[in-house]
Design a protein around this ligand. Structure first.
Ligand code: HXC
Length: 258
């Protein structure tokens, strides 16, 4: 259900995680999400991995949570089974960058999964949406919270209340995705972005991710204070010495991840 491989030949590699339930358009069920959570936790703990890319198939990143698995749920099934938080929030615990490479449908939980990643690179075929309202439910893995933060209230309300889909161009204009690339180049572009990140100092990358995420969880003064502390802290790293010495000596830095 989830395929994993390591890509790249640098000192730090990229973990590529492919959602693989093609017949169901990568509909997300507990088994798949358990595997995804396990894979992410393992790669996060692996010092040879700098960055993680999550992708799906050409037709679908993921068409949402598995409707057949949820159809018969009672309130207690949903509540006690913790269908959403049991394994979905493991994605948020990953400290290394996670890039979503989205081709085709990213709907419902699939769109929410993409939005849990640090940024989204979209193929020009990508289609985003939160169609849960058509099923008599609402988004349940962060859609009502992350979509307005990404695209603003008006467009988020439009998407969530009408259930319409947004194409890649609109998603880029709205700020949901960082860039749109031709479908055939999606994986290469995502892996190239990951390689750029892998070449940096890992501690700086992790702290930068922490700080950007803090922007969505605090007021401006708190966020600025948090950034200032981590900025100062990075002067205790060997990589800061190396990065600046390399700049002054006009050579490439060799980061040692400490
Ligand atoms: C289970 C799904 C599925 C889903 C597609 N399939 N989406 N199965 N759960 N979310 C299955 C179809 O039933 C079908 O199976 C096969 O995948 C191919 O899909 P088709 O519908 O035949 O393909 P197509 O006509 O191209 O339409 C694609 C589609 C449509 C527009 C993406 O499949 C669709 O609307 N899917 C549902 C999207 C959705 O509502 N997502 C939100 C789910 S709720 P068979 O066996 O017939 O071949 C959600 C809540 C999240 O995500 C909360 C957090 C956990």
């Amino acid at each position: 259900m989830v395929l994993t491989e390591l890509r790249g030949d640098g000192e730090r590699r990229t973990a590529l995680v492919t959602l693989n339930r093609p017949k169901q358009l990568n509909a997300l069920n507990d088994a798949l999400m358990d595997q995804l959570g396990d894979a992410l936790a393992a790669f996060d703990a692996d010092d040879t991995v700098g960055c993680i890319v999550i992708t799906g198939s050409e037709k679908a990143f993921a068409a949402g949570a598995d409707i057949t698995a949820m159809a018969g749920f009672s309130f207690m099934d949903a509540y006690k089974g913790d269908f959403i938080t049991r394994n979905w929030e493991r994605i948020l615990r990953v400290r290394k960058p996670v890039i979503a490479a989205v081709s085709g449908f990213a709907l419902g939980g699939g769109c929410e999964l993409a939005m849990m990643c640090d940024f989204i690179i979209a193929a020009d075929t990508a289609k985003f949406g939160q169609p849960e309202i058509k099923l008599g439910i609402i988004p349940g893995a962060g859609g009502t919270q992350r979509m307005p933060r990404a695209v603003g209230k008006a467009k988020a309300m439009d998407m969530i209340l009408t259930a319409r889909m947004m194409d890649a161009a609109e998603a880029e204009r709205a700020g949901l995705v960082s860039r749109v690339v031709p479908a055939a180049a999606l994986l290469d572009e995502a892996l190239a972005a990951a390689e750029l990140i892998n070449a940096q100092s890992g501690p700086s990358v992790m702290m930068a991710k922490e700080c950007v995420n803090r922007a969505f969880e605090s007021g401006l003064a708190d966020g600025l204070g948090y950034e200032r502390r981590l900025f100062h802290a990075l002067f205790a790293t060997e990589d800061q010495k190396e990065g600046m010495a390399a700049f002054v000596a006009k050579r490439k830095p060799v980061f040692r991840q400490r």
